[in-house]
Design a protein around this ligand. Sequence first.
Ligand SMILES: [Zn+2]
Ligand SMILES: [Zn+2]
Length: 132
Amino acid sequence: MNIKYLPYHLIGTLVLLEILSIISTDSMWPWGIVSHESLALRIVGWILIVQLCFGLLFCLVLRMVPDRPCPICYKDLKSFISVYGAPCICPKCRTIFHDKCFKSKPRCPVCYPDTDAEADIPLDFRSEFLPD
Ligand SMILES: [Zn+2]
Ligand SMILES: [Zn+2]
């Protein structure tokens, strides 16, 4: 499922639940469905409510993920969840990565930076030619 459509999915589920509730129990509250005498309606009601709860829970988790890029692929943590996997956190440095990005590395790149990258110090000779 694409993250972008999650809010629409949630609203859709809620509307469906409301319509079912009003039609079958004449009430705005969906609790009537889950105790309705019709078994089919109870099952549908439960499925919708469970979907809604999971969706809301997922939204809450997403809200806790900061708006910043993944340090491995440099793409936004939230927008690329469907491509690079759910956010996962390094237990040592508490940096958040995409699950697939983190698993593609043998070690956490923040805790263990590549030594090659460290040796590559950019040299700036221009300062010597600056006018006094
Ligand atoms: Zn990533
Ligand atoms: Zn780390």
